[in-house]
Ligand binder design. Structure first.
Ligand SMILES: [Zn+2]
Ligand SMILES: [Zn+2]
Length: 260
């Protein structure tokens, strides 16, 4: 079968991705920014295909590998003024603060998230690191609730753009809190928003018509229940409006790897 695929691949490559070995060239829009239509290998379960901003999504049967260049597909004052997705700041800041732009700007990255296909609870829960801890639907990484080692986000919140993201000093754009473009434009507040590196999914701040707050979640900021994507029930994280927003004291499962 492998020989068959290898032989015939060139004939099909114009129409679909043939295998995980095929080229993982991302397609960009006319701005040269946002990847669309990720190259997806045919062994990838449908739920991962919701990560529409990925440049490729493949599976080796044990891990799902998601590649992304990390550029938001929405407007931001952190894009260069020459970019079609630049906008001057508008909107209401997280927590009602007065917006203060940070000195960083949005730059393309080369993320490879390798996450377990069949996530399991870990016997010891690894702390989430600074930097990317997971990937959202548009390919932008999730970060945890800290601005630096043991530093709360307090002083950073003012620099979130109207979709609640901002770039780091490395110019990596990221979300610490609810990614408003996803929850209010692309999907809904109760939808799947992405995955953390341990393979467990991330959901928005609502479930069954009710807002989820931290009291409904465990120390890792998740719980087990049925979701639209996992009708048999699965552990999942929720984003809430208060610290730690997305992740609590570590990953619930064993994290995969990330290169960034
Ligand atoms: Zn940040
Ligand atoms: Zn839930």
């Amino acid at each position: 079968m492998k020989l068959f695929l290898t032989y015939f691949c060139p004939f099909f490559i114009l129409f679909q991705s043939c295998s995980k070995d095929s080229s993982t060239t991302s397609t960009s829009n006319s701005n040269g920014n946002t990847p669309t239509n990720p190259v997806v290998s045919n062994t990838v379960p449908d739920v991962y295909k919701k990560i529409y901003g990925a440049s490729s999504i493949t599976s080796d049967g044990t891990y799902i590998t998601i590649k992304s260049i990390g550029l938001p597909d929405h407007k931001s004052p952190y894009y260069a003024t020459t970019n079609a997705l630049y906008e001057a700041y508008t909107g209401t800041t997280f927590g009602g603060n007065i917006f203060q732009k940070n000195p960083n700007s949005i730059a393309e990255k080369a993320y490879t998230f390798k996450i377990p296909l069949d996530p399991k609870v870990a016997s010891t829960h690894a702390a989430t690191p600074l930097g990317a801890i997971g990937v959202s639907l548009n390919g932008v990484p999730f970060y945890n609730q800290y601005a630096g080692p043991n530093q709360p986000l307090t002083n950073e919140i003012v620099s979130f753009d109207r979709y609640y993201g901002h770039p780091a000093p490395s110019n990596a754009y990221h979300y610490h809190v609810e990614p408003l473009y996803l929850t209010t434009v692309k999907v809904t507040k109760s939808a799947l928003l992405g995955f953390l590196l341990d393979g467990f999914p991330v959901y928005g701040p609502e479930e069954n018509g009710a807002t989820i707050d931290n009291t409904k979640l465990d120390a890792y900021h998740g719980h087990v229940s049925v979701t639209a994507d996992f009708p048999n029930g699965l552990y999942h994280y929720h984003i809430t409006s208060t610290d730690p927003y997305l992740n609590g004291s570590g990953y619930y499962g064993t994290p995969g790897t990330i290169s960034q």
